[in-house]
Design a protein around this ligand. Sequence first.
Ligand code: CUA
Length: 351
Amino acid sequence: MTAPGRILRIAGLVPAVLAARALAAHASQAGTRYPLDTLAPKSDITRWFTSIFWNVTIWDSIVLVVVAVAMFLAIFVFSSRTGEPGAHSTKESDVYLEFAWTIIPSLILVAITVPTVRAIIATQPDRWPADTLQVRVVAHQWWWEFNYPTLGVETADEFHIPANRQIHFEMVSKDVIHSFFMPAIGGKRDVVPGQENQITLVADVPGEYYGQCTEFCGDSHANMRFRVFVDTPEDFDKWVKHQLEAPDKPPANSSAAAGAKIFANAPCAICHAIKGVSGFSKEYTFGFRGPDLTHFGSRGTMAGSMYDNTPENVANWIKNPDKMKPGANMPTLGLEGHEVNDLVAYLESLK
Ligand code: CUA
């Protein structure tokens, strides 16, 4: 082999070595380093998806090997070189061979189609068990609103569901097309204005899981994340009970109390609701609204779940939302130093 040929052959091995290393790392990390891992299922439907993935991958691999071997034989074994007599056959057709290459691919397609269609139907049933929990997912540029119509709970960026109970998600968008993607728990569904999409699932492993909008929806599409907490039934009931309570009144300290006044007098209350303090009509103000902040202090993340909920991040957000989430509808309020600190103290006190 020539030197350039050898270099090309070695270069060709590089992607394979990298892929093998990535797979090994994947296996050893058990999904922890890859929060959007699609192969670490934690619900009934993601287990089906994973099994469909492996089903398709295995069939595809078999087809690849068969085609590659046939091609190799045709090129290197059953072919003639320059000067050699050409290969010839007296056969015009082989009926058994033609049956085989018609029927086998058809059977492979059936083996792929049946579980796929079964999963599609099972995730969008016409009716569901009586104790199914309804969760309404409302997509906004660029954050997620979560409503529980039967519980009276509303939250944003982070939401909770009980393990081992059927959950029925209804998904609507208030502006453009988004896509609701939480790989460990449940599929991926487009969230389309003027249409209600749905997905039904049972999550079965308590934990904290990541989600992300996966349809390009404007400036901060990549900043439109969320978290889902799968709780034990007892923890979920506790969470719901807490969500239904108004936050402590009056605020715990003087800075937070001053912040409460700023919240009421600045434009904050026009777009943000705090139970027992301000409420928005369910209609829009100026064409949009912001997340419900009733229990803001108890959330781990903020601003489309992009940032940890720390006093420093909240202060930076209030001072210049556009810098942290480009295109954000939240205006710059022009608050001065101590006003920002007081407002942050108030918001963080909303446990
Ligand atoms: Cu919402 Cu991308």
